[in-house]
Design a protein. Structure first.
Length: 307
């Protein structure tokens, strides 16, 4: 039997702004529809942020998540993954609240502090419908805080809920941070390691960067790891193809990239999932179902989501 590859779809995030793409989901109904459509296209996991439905600004209040979580749970068997990253300007207490309230199967967890920058997108995008968008993109003074204390706080807050983690690693140092928590017994295998490439402030998107991160992760974690990749912007599908061929899993979605091909914006999250699926199946591999992803990642089950 061919290997099963998990597709995660990050449907909206906190980086891109509504004026950049009409396809970016903003309202609860749009986020729910995007998540369900992505799941129907082949995503086993949907990674979720919330936004203000009028302005599109990131909103990490638990109340903002409830409407679309209820719809997704009713309409799909997909694995729900809630962000604890929120937006880089939020406190860790703000960021962890939705996962603490709803107790999802998976929550993302950023594994180190870093510079975080969006201003490069101003080379392409010039006109904005909301005042907050330009301010958000122009900011060159963002340090995305994820100290050992912050990481420990998230782990302890969610430890009794049975939630497991998508460990987001933007550099090799973040892999070593994760290894520290593994050695301390604060995280347990299988480790769902999401290596991130091409975001300004993190590691690059050259094939050598992918190889270096994979070699380091293999050396630290071996068979304790389920490896996945996230390529930002135009790097999304090339890195997805490389990782799938190397034994990895794939994350796509409009949180990470607005594009479907050079010079062509994606019409939807589902389109990006479909493109990822073609890569996987073209390599003779199979796309994992939600229940297969649950088995691979040792998850507690979708019925444990409290919404």
């Amino acid at each position: 039997m061919s290997r099963k590859v998990i597709i995660t779809c990050a449907v909206t995030g906190a980086i891109h702004t509504p004026s950049m793409s009409k396809a970016l989901p903003v309202t609860p109904q749009e986020i729910a529809d995007a998540a369900v459509d992505a799941a129907e296209a082949g995503a086993a996991i949907v990674h979720l942020h919330a936004r203000n439905p009028k302005t599109g600004q990131p909103d990490q209040s638990p109340e903002a998540f409830a409407p679309f979580l209820k719809i997704i749970k009713q309409r799909s068997n997909c694995v729900i993954n809630l962000t604890t990253g929120g937006a880089p300007t939020m406190t860790v207490d703000e960021r962890v609240r939705p996962a603490a309230v709803y107790k999802p199967e998976v929550a993302s967890l950023n594994m180190g502090s870093m510079n975080f920058a969006f201003f490069g997108m101003l080379n392409r995008f010039k006109k904005f419908d909301h005042d907050w968008e330009l301010k958000h993109l122009q900011n060159k003074d963002i340090v995305f805080r994820n100290t050992f204390q912050d990481i420990e706080y998230v782990l302890k807050t969610l430890s009794e809920t049975g939630t497991r983690f998508e460990f987001e690693c933007y550099d090799t140092a973040h892999l070593y941070n994760l290894n520290y928590f593994l050695e301390q017994g604060m995280v347990k295998p299988p480790l769902f390691v999401q290596t991130v490439f091409g975001l300004q402030g993190g590691t690059g998107a050259h094939p050598e960067d992918v190889l270096h991160m994979k070699r380091t992760a293999d050396r630290l974690f071996g068979d304790k790891m389920v490896w996945s990749v996230l390529g930002a912007g135009r790097n999304q599908l090339p890195i997805a193809a490389m990782a799938a061929a190397m034994g990895g899993n794939i994350r796509v979605g409009l949180e990470d990239s607005l594009w479907a091909a050079p010079g062509r914006m994606a019409a939807s999250n589902a389109e990006q999932v479909t493109l990822a699926r073609k890569i996987i199946e073209g390599l003779g591999l199979q796309v994992a179902t939600p229940d297969e992803a649950r088995e691979i990642l040792d998850l507690k089950g979708g019925d444990k989501l409290e919404v």
